[in-house]
Structures are given as C-alpha cells and as structure tokens.
Design a binder for this molecule. Sequence first.
Ligand code: MMA
Ligand code: CA
Length: 353
Amino acid sequence: MEESAYSDVLNLRRRQRRCRPGTLIALLGLVLLALWAGLLTLLLLWHWNTERDLKQLGDTTALNISQVSKHLERHKGDQMAQKSQASQVLQTMEEIQAEQKRMKTQDSELSQDLDGLREALSNLKSQGLNERRAALTSLERLQEEVSKLWMELRVSNARDPRVTPGEMLPPTVPPVPTVMSTTAPTTAPAPAPALAPATAPAPAPALASATAPAMVLSSTPGSMCDMCPERWVSFQRKCYYFGEGAKKWIQARFACSKLQGRLVSIHSQEEQDFLAKHVNKKGSWIGLRDLNIEGEFVWMDGSPLEYSNWRPGEPNNGGQGEDCVMMLGSGQWNDAFCSSPLGGWVCDRLATC
Ligand code: MMA
Ligand code: CA
C-alpha cells in the first residue's frame, strides 16, 4: 500500500514536473494579459477622463469667450457712448468759451462806454461849475463895484452934513447863489451890468465883503482836475495865483475877481504848506476877514474858520481894529489893517478837468 501511494505521489510529481513549464507560461500569459488589460483599462479610463475634461474645458472656454466677447461689445458700446459724450462736452465747452469771449468783448465795450460817459459827465460837471463860478465872479465883481460906490458915497456923505445917517443905510442886495459841491446849477445869475461909478445914484448896498455869500470850491471827486490858466499854480484840484504889487485888502480882492478867482481860502495843513513855499516874503493878503462881527473870521468861500495858522499872539485886533488877514513871510497869519498896502496877495480858483 505504502509503495503504491508513494508511487502515486511520485507519478504525480512527475506529471507535475512535466506539466509545470506549460502552466507557468500559461500563467505568465494570463498575468501579462491581465496586466495589459489593466493597463488598457487605465489608459482607456485616463483617455475618457482627459476627453471629458477637455470637453468641459472647451465648453467653459467657449462660454468664457462668448462672455468676453459680449463684455467687449458692451465695452465698445460704452466707449462709443463715452466718445460721443466727450465730443458733445468738447462742443459745449467750445460754445461756452466762445460765449465767454463774446461776453468779455461786450464787457470791455461797456466799460469803455461807461468810461466815456463818466469822462463826459465829469467834463460837463466841471464845465457847469466853471460857468457857474464865472457867473458868480461877475456878480461878485458887481458887488465890488457897488461896495466901492458905497464907500465913496459914505465918504462924501460924511463930508456933507445935509445927509442924515438914515440915508446911509445900505439897501438889500440879492443874494449870490451858493455853489455846493454836488448841487447841479439851476439858473445862471445875470451878468454884471456895467456901472458908471462917477454918476452912480444913491442906492448903496451893504459892503460886499460884509455880505459875501457862502461859496464852496469843489470838483468831481476822484477826477483828474488839475488844469490851470497860465501863471496859475496847480495844487490838489485848485489853482493859485501869487499876485505882486502893493494893494489894500479890498483892492487885492478885486484883483483876484478880475482874474476870475478870489482871495485864497485855506483849509488844510497841506494847502498851508504849499502856500508858505510860494508866498511873498514881505506878506500877502489872504481871503480871511472878520469885517462883519469882530472876532468871527469868515473865508472868502463862505466857510467858517476851522483850520488856522496864526502867529502866536494873533489875532489881536491891534490898534484901531485889524479885520483883514495876511500871510507873513514865515507862512503864519496876522490880522492887519485892511487899508495897509501889502506887496503880495494870493488868489485861488477851481482847477478844470
Ligand atoms: C504890528 C501889526 C499887528 C501885529 C503886531 C504884533 C505893531 O503892530 O502887524 O497886526 O499884531 O505887530 O506885534
Ligand atoms: Ca494883528
């Protein structure tokens, strides 16, 4: 038994030995096949995956491209709109600039017109003022003549005892219109009629110096009015004449009137300083007097005494009464006898534009 079993095993082994190379090859083939199959499956799987991914990618790309192209189109549209807007804005700006230029030209034309008008107005004003002054000067001259006559009459009456003091009372004289700085002229006063002093009748008006009306020199504020006649000196819109030759105060006043001016009125330190530089060193008459009320000094332009430059101790109404004011060589003022003949006298008048 044992022998047969043993031989079976041996046989089996032998058979096994005979069968082994074929089986191995078959097994190897199977394994290889399996490997190839696996590899192929893997490859196929990879291929499918890749293909799917590629397809997805392609779809996404197409979608993206369509979106991008849409965006691009929209952007292009926006750009076009912006361009047209920009061109419109440019056009509007050009129109505005043109409008501005037009307005500027209109502006400059208007300001030129305005300047012309202002100039014309100031010329008219100054012309009116000067005409008015000329008329007033004529009237003043008339008053001077009348006052001279009155003085002569007084002198002759004093010599003639038949004339009673009542007859010597001065009649009323029409007031000289007042020139204010901004008042427009109303009616020009009548020109002074010629008087024949020798045959002048009795009516004797009050002394012009005692009843001199208020008259204020003026000019258009801010305008360049500095034109003066020959031999007159211009300073701050007034003209000054420095008269030479012995004259009493009343004669000096008359001389200024003849020159279409009047004895100077002084209102500021600057004016005083200017006059002191030019004045006659032996003394000059100025347009200040207290003929009416003692101690109440009034300027020829009708204004009261505000600025003054008295020499210390003056006015003293020295001696028998000093009612007329002179400027000393130093520039200081002194009240003096109106009948003193002084070598100098200063007139003023309004400068023209
Ligand atoms: C003079 C005369 C006056 C003046 C005195 C000052 C003597 O008189 O000029 O007007 O007040 O001098 O001393
Ligand atoms: Ca005096």
